[in-house]
Design a protein around this ligand. Sequence first.
Ligand code: ATP
Ligand code: MG
Length: 285
Amino acid sequence: MRMLKLAIQKNGRLSEQSLELLRTCGIRLSNGDRKLRAASTNFPLEVLFLRDDDIPQYVEQGVADIGILGKNEVLEKARKVEMLDQLGFAACRLSLAIPREESYAGPAYFNGKRVATSYPRILQRFFAEQQIEAEIEEIGGSVEIAPGIGLADGIFDIVSTGSTLLMNGLKEVETVLCSEAVLIATPGIASEPLALLEQLRFRIRAAQNAVIHKYILLNAPDTALEEICSLIPGMKSPTILPLAREGWSSIHSVVGEDVFWEVTGQLKRAGAEGILVVPIEKMIL
Ligand code: ATP
Ligand code: MG
């Protein structure tokens, strides 16, 4: 049977979390140490470990059916691949930065300026949209030192916390792209790996839903049931179980992490007691 071939980063910021994603999907790999390839022992999946720069090309050519890498890298390489899902890790942004002491009034600042970057294609597109005539200096790495050594007036690079910029006397002035890890696939992927891909995506969604939801249990007087049920409607409806104590019930439901604190406050005001919140392992909608 034809296996599904997945390319992930061999060594870098995406490696650990890509493997972690497979683990949360219940997929075990044969050899833990990072060789060039590894097969799963319990899912028809083969994992190829590559430099992230090479993943779009391998996926375009079908050497790998799917890949996990930063959206920034997918857009920069501009290979013919399909972007399927955002995976919710390795968040960062691609931003323009200039020396801290410069005053900045808008993108027109960059007219006639030289900007160093490892992402020339994305930057080119941004400047074209903004009708800015600037010179793009493509360099492989350590972009943040370019202004200090006189190579450029500004830089266009990955920012996550901004501390690297600060250390190099730079300030972020435009965010051009927000990125995170994404799942990409060969366009027109064959039907056999496609069926496996859909199984994998199903598991990824179940794991992602679990992370953003909590299971909530609480006790409440029966008089408050109606109000409480409307606060935590759950997937279909909450479960209500009578307590041994007359006039009281236990209510079980699911609540989104984003509204969790707000909802617990409302529940307490409505009369809820003994609220327990439990993580969910998998959630299939
Ligand atoms: P490779 O050797 O595989 O080419 P790399 O040096 O190009 O690795 P990493 O530095 O490991 O790449 O980053 C991989 C991806 O992680 C980036 O393309 C980006 O999408 C994401 N990322 C998230 N936060 C950061 C950050 N603070 N700095 C750099 N990349 C980040
Ligand atoms: Mg790289």
